[in-house]
Design a protein around this ligand. Structure first.
Ligand code: ADP
Ligand code: MG
Length: 458
């Protein structure tokens, strides 16, 4: 494993990576950062969770001239939440560069706000294709001085039909620039698209397959009508802190979410029909432990960086073994044992043979030994999410929120969890026992001299 110190990075950058506890480069970082720093076009293939953001992020930040307030890097992402995740990771990587200006330009947010931010100039813009193109066509965003363009999760952008928009965006950038193409897979049409826009690209591919040996895998024979009940009993038996339940379709997601909620188990669905605002809120609530169960489709869960997932449950088996490995690879990271359970109706048993073959292990489908129970109080999530209608733009800080909550002494600091600030909204997770007291504090304690409206998200 190579240390970041092997790269020609600045002292403050190396110090910050140490502070972030990034001790070694991931494989994709070791393979691509030197090429990016040298100015090559890069075609990179690496799985979700392999550290692609820092790979291009460190390269871009290294090549940036901060004294020039012009857009020097453009990063195109398929969805708003991925754009937000990339922006957050770039901010972390650039913590020591106080004058760096980053703008996120995605749909789901009023365009005039982004136009306003852009009018004050930015070094890096991260966005989704539709909104970027709208800003370019209106002249609110200029790429005349762009040095590099990153297409993140390019395969997914193609799947979502963004080819023409991406081509149109590229026309606004100068011919002489660096293009970085990141993708988890390279089917033929993705590769062709890449080669049509990259110049003399250096190809980098890392086979960072997840080590499935640290994941406990079980397959249960379950009739589809019993799926919701079976998921609840698995959760009750193993009591995992956080679980993603995968379904193959949006309809199945909705049905399973309903079925869990009807059984008193807090669950949130994540699928393509939700608007961006709701998706963002769902992810915040899952990550801050206000819900321990996320019911998702593959597409919705793709690229999400959810740390330390304890358990994966496949309500439907995916049609190919590759997707199965990808799903369960979200658990059992960082040396911890993960759990993966699959509910298998009879007609899908053949899929288990494929799964066995790809892992060189023979798996069997067993009858579960569940007793279906009525109540599952132990499955209540530990936290609840509250929000106030003020955020970064009102200069509300995490410290302000902590101060407001603990003033008066009814809510101890230890009961307060993650605080997620957005532009005009802040979410805070609080232990359930303190929900009412926390709500009362948020409504009544002034924050930055202002009163905000508080809301429960449950
Ligand atoms: P990808 O885009 O390949 O799916 P991400 O860029 O989202 O992956 O990174 C996944 C996680 O790994 C993030 O939480 C990130 O902060 C972390 N990470 C990235 N690089 C390193 C590193 N060198 N050491 C430790 N953690 C890292
Ligand atoms: Mg990524």
């Amino acid at each position: 494993m190579a240390s970041f110190a092997a790269l020609p990075l600045s002292g403050p950058m190396l110090d910050n990576l140490r502070a972030l506890d990034y001790k070694f480069m991931t494989d994709i970082q070791a393979a691509s950062i030197p090429l990016i720093i040298d100015g090559w076009d890069v075609l990179a293939e690496a799985k979700t969770g392999s550290g692609k953001t820092a790979a291009f992020g460190i390269g871009l930040l290294h090549n940036m001239d901060l004294s020039r307030y012009r857009v020097q890097s453009l990063i195109v992402c398929p969805t708003r939440e991925l754009a937000v995740q990339v922006t957050d990771e770039l901010r972390r990587l650039a913590r020591f560069q106080h004058n760096l200006k980053l703008v996120t330009a995605t749909g789901g947010v009023p365009q005039y706000k982004q136009e306003h931010s852009l009018s004050h100039q930015a070094h890096i813009v991260v966005g989704t294709p539709g909104r970027l193109l709208a800003l370019l066509e209106k002249g609110s965003l200029s790429l005349k001085e762009v040095k590099s363009v990153v297409l993140d999760e390019a395969d997914r952008m193609l799947e979502m039909g963004f080819v023409d928009q991406i081509k149109a965006i590229m026309k606004f950038a100068p011919a002489k620039k660096q293009t970085l193409f990141f993708s988890a897979t390279f089917p033929k049409q993705v590769k062709e698209f890449a080669l049509s826009i990259l110049k003399n690209p250096q190809e980098v591919k890392v086979e960072s397959r997840h080590d499935t040996s640290v994941i406990k895998q079980e397959f249960f024979s379950i009739h589809p009508s019993k799926r919701g009940a079976a998921v609840v009993e698995i959760l009750a038996k193993y009591n995992p802190e956080s679980t993603i339940v995968f379904c193959n379709t949006k309809d199945a997601c909705r049905a399973v979410e309903q079925s869990l909620n009807n059984r008193g188990v807090h669950a949130l669905a994540l699928h393509g029909d939700l608007d961006q605002k709701v998706r963002g809120e769902v992810l915040v609530r899952f990550a801050n432990k206000s819900s321990r169960v996320l019911v998702a489709t593959d597409v919705a869960a793709r690229g999400l960086d959810i740390d330390e997932l304890s358990c994966v449950i496949n309500c439907d088996l995916p049609k190919d073994a590759e997707t199965y490995v990808h799903r369960i690879g979200r658990t059992g990271r960082a040396g911890k044992e993960g759990m993966a359970f699959s509910l298998v109706p009879e007609e899908d048993e053949f899929l288990v043979h494929d799964i066995s073959r790809t892992q060189n292990t023979e798996f069997f489908v067993n009858d579960p030994e569940f007793t279906y129970r009525e109540n599952h109080p132990e499955l209540t999530p530990p936290m609840i999410t509250l929000s106030i209608n003020g955020g970064r733009k009102q200069k509300v800080s995490a410290g302000d929120i902590l101060g407001a909550l603990t003033a008066g002494g009814r809510v101890p600091g230890t009961a307060i969890g993650k605080i997620d600030r957005q532009d005009f909204l802040t979410f805070v997770a609080v232990e359930r026992a303190y929900a009412e007291a926390a709500f009362e504090r948020l409504e009544n304690a002034p924050i930055k001299g202002m009163k905000f409206l508080a809301r429960f998200h449950d």
